[in-house]
Write a protein that binds this ligand. Structure first.
Ligand code: NAP
Length: 283
């Protein structure tokens, strides 16, 4: 078994991003909108802000009250859409219950949609011409590619079908010519599908769902899950029992999580470079 070390790869990516930023004529800017005071969201937003500082991006955290109206939230998005110093806009989820999340995500200008959740960016990914790709799935691809893990012709199983992780993950694996299966809560034969898979990506949110008996010897196991168990962070994979059977495995923490943040920075840089290219062609 070898560890797919997301923490180290994320640090390498950040170092190269920092270099690129120093050579750019503009400073990439990321705005993060957070409504309400969800404790976990606050931690994630704080990590994103710190990551921006580490690589020399401008960052702006827009904290809004939990009782904000749909109109007021959309107005905030529009203001950020218009600003030339902001190249990436991220709306931290979950949003308060009164908010129509779909409408908010669709209000973000597609060229600033660094989470890759806008239907235009989802459509590009679907068409096989990805632009801004959801950060977690992109991070997993970077991890796999960093070790030249073969995907072509391999059986890949993605457990979970969310728009945020499962679906984009499946599309990216498909683009690398894996044979992709997507499992979800109504899949009756999860263990059987797991045993057939060369690559398993677990993105469910259920601690230790994937156990050793479900994993083929030599499989690559990617654990996206972030669960709290007995006060500790753990993934969807029972790491202790699965690791000896896997050829490669991501730890939790230190696997996919740091890569998600690095890929957010990568997407923000891409959006900034794109805006620069557009302003250049305009004159
Ligand atoms: P989500 O929207 O709740 O989706 C979970 C998916 O898992 C759903 O498609 C659900 O199926 C499926 N599922 C539930 N129980 C199942 C079971 N017993 N067997 C098979 N599939 C099952 O969650 P998400 O946003 O995709 O996130 C998934 C996990 O990844 C969470 O732990 C989250 O915290 C973590 N996450 C981590 C990162 C990171 O950076 N590391 C980033 C994002 C998310 P149905 O569609 O049928 O309900």
């Amino acid at each position: 078994m070898a560890l797919l070390d997301g923490k180290s790869l994320a640090a390498e990516l950040e170092a190269s991003l920092k270099n690129e930023v120093e050579r750019l004529s503009i400073r990439p800017g990321l705005a993060v909108i957070m409504a309400g005071d969800d404790a976990a969201s606050k931690i994630y937003v704080g990590r994103k802000e710190q990551a921006c500082q580490r690589v020399g991006f401008y960052s702006e955290m827009v904290y809004l009250p939990a009782d904000i109206s749909q109109e007021a939230l959309l107005e905030q998005v529009q203001v950020l859409n218009q600003r030339s110093d902001i190249h990436g806009i991220l709306v931290q989820l979950p949003l308060p219950a009164q908010i129509d999340v779909t409408q908010v995500l669709e209000a973000v200008a597609p060229e600033k949609d660094v989470d890759g959740f806008h239907p235009i960016n989802a459509g590009h990914l679907f068409n096989g011409t990805p632009h801004l790709v959801p950060c977690t799935a992109l991070g997993v691809m970077h991890l796999l590619k960093s070790q030249q893990i073969p995907m072509l012709g391999k059986q890949a199983l993605v457990i979970g079908r969310s728009n945020i992780v499962g679906k984009p993950m499946a599309l990216l694996l498909l683009q690398e010519h894996a044979t992709v299966t997507i499992a979800h809560s109504r899949t009756p034969n999860l263990a059987e599908l797991c045993l057939q898979a060369d690559i398993i990506v677990a993105a469910v949110g259920k601690a230790k769902l994937v156990t050793a008996e479900m994993v083929k010897p030599g499989a690559v196991v990617i654990d996206v899950g972030m669960n709290r168990s007995e006060g500790k962070l753990c993934g969807d994979v029972d790491f202790e029992s699965v690791a000896p059977k896997a050829s490669w495995i991501t730890p939790v923490p230190g696997g996919v999580g740091p890569m998600t943040i690095s890929c957010l920075l990568l997407n923000t840089l891409q959006a900034a470079c794109q805006s620069l290219a557009l302003s250049g062609t305009r004159g």
